[in-house]
Write a protein that binds this ligand. Sequence first.
Ligand SMILES: *[C@@H]1O[C@H](CO)[C@@H](O)[C@H](O)[C@H]1NC(C)=O
Ligand SMILES: *[C@@H]1O[C@H](CO)[C@@H](O)[C@H](O)[C@H]1NC(C)=O
Ligand SMILES: *[C@@H]1O[C@H](CO)[C@@H](O)[C@H](O)[C@H]1NC(C)=O
Ligand SMILES: *[C@@H]1O[C@H](CO)[C@@H](O)[C@H](O)[C@H]1NC(C)=O
Ligand SMILES: *[C@@H]1O[C@H](CO)[C@@H](O)[C@H](O)[C@H]1NC(C)=O
Ligand SMILES: [Zn+2]
Length: 423
Amino acid sequence: MNMFYFILIIFIIAAGSNGEYHPPLKGMQYFSITCKTPEQLSLLRSLTNNPNVLTLKLSQILGESADILVTADESSQFKNILLLYKIDHTIITDDVEHVVHEEALKNNIVRMQSSRITLNKLSAEPFDYYPRYHEMEEYITFLAKNYSEIVSVDSIGTSFQNRTLYVIKISSGGDNKPQILIDAGIHAREWIAPSTALYAVHQLVTNQSNTYLYKNVDWLIIPSLNPDGYEYTHSNYRFWRKTRSINKGSTCIGTDANRNFDLKWMTVGASSNPCSETYGGPKPFSEVETLALKDYVMANNKTIKAYLTLHSYGQYLLHPWGYTSDLPENEPELRSVAERAAAALAAPFGTRYTIGSSTNVLYAAAGGSDDWLMGVAGANLSYTVELPGGRFDPPPSRIEFVGIETFEAFKVFQEYIEKTFVN
Ligand SMILES: *[C@@H]1O[C@H](CO)[C@@H](O)[C@H](O)[C@H]1NC(C)=O
Ligand SMILES: *[C@@H]1O[C@H](CO)[C@@H](O)[C@H](O)[C@H]1NC(C)=O
Ligand SMILES: *[C@@H]1O[C@H](CO)[C@@H](O)[C@H](O)[C@H]1NC(C)=O
Ligand SMILES: *[C@@H]1O[C@H](CO)[C@@H](O)[C@H](O)[C@H]1NC(C)=O
Ligand SMILES: *[C@@H]1O[C@H](CO)[C@@H](O)[C@H](O)[C@H]1NC(C)=O
Ligand SMILES: [Zn+2]
């Protein structure tokens, strides 16, 4: 090898290691952990504050399992602490990389077998695999053309890497109807969220039994609010969570868009370190994606009556506040609508959701979109929906089931809006 290539290779290696840090997946262990006391839980929380630990699921509910990934380097130390404090745990897998590869392979096989690919046809059928963003775009564009009487598609802005942020409006026409806003994919790695949003679109658009749902109420559905991050989870790193914006003065990329909204921003549960998974950004609405949502919502805040933001996972139906354990004034209403929604959701397959405020069920975290929608924009029915998981996300074969049951919950919110705001 001549000197030029030698130097070139050194340069490439150096460039790689200078770049952002991703906890390596090779040999990463997947822990399922059950805390029985508040002390154990707070210890576990402190352990997750580590760049080599990825938290997939962690609630405040004692006895409920937490799902935590730990890199090969850190896992024996992590495990020793669990043992020392007698915290129940099992290791689901010893090599997360292998599971991620398997998951990607399976998704690709289903994609290749999918009728929308084999027959090369555009279709309003729901995705039976996790689509790439361009596939979502084709789908959305097709709907706007083929169902133009009820569907209109607009851009609410562009992502940091210039991808279009779409809102799909489903309406029977007319102005000033109450609206229900649904978004998904603020967190990049939560793949089931965009697919569930698109499943709802499919049901509304193609199913004649559902036309009553948009007779008096408009649906505004943003299937992916963080397409840059979503693409990155497919192409580079499966567990990416944040946006892909560049942070001045740091090699670390991205902001946690769900810590970036302007209500009690950065007061709790958010990090000011750009390398953190929960970095709240340099200022509220620093991200073009959250700013686009803000502008869109404020332009429609007289009509948006309900907001649902889809995340995964854990099967929680969470209402504000996320920044405090105090409950909002309208908590009885938030809870009773959520209880009905959860009952409707459980009807098809028995899936159970836990209901409560974000702070009390998960943890205090300010800057979430649901808090801002209710506290600032005035959408008094505001929820974070933590959809079901699988090993990470449910296998593609579960997308439709999650879609079906979640749509049953959506109908309950629609019914409430119609009853309350349509005379
Ligand atoms: C286009 O929409 C019509 C209903 O408006 C439907 O009958 C038809 O199947 C749709 N075309 C495709 C390719 O899905
Ligand atoms: C996005 O587009 C703008 C204007 O066209 C351009 O200035 C900018 O460099 C683009 N950003 C990226 C990340 O491609
Ligand atoms: C259409 O909607 C009805 C009522 O919500 C439901 O029972 C039915 O299964 C749906 N059909 C399809 C093909 O999804
Ligand atoms: C819309 O947002 C503004 C600004 O926060 C707020 O003052 C107003 O009450 C909101 N409108 C409604 C109908 O909630
Ligand atoms: C939302 O709740 C607030 C406080 O309870 C109330 O003042 C306001 O009128 C409600 N807005 C709507 C649109 O129902
Ligand atoms: Zn999330």
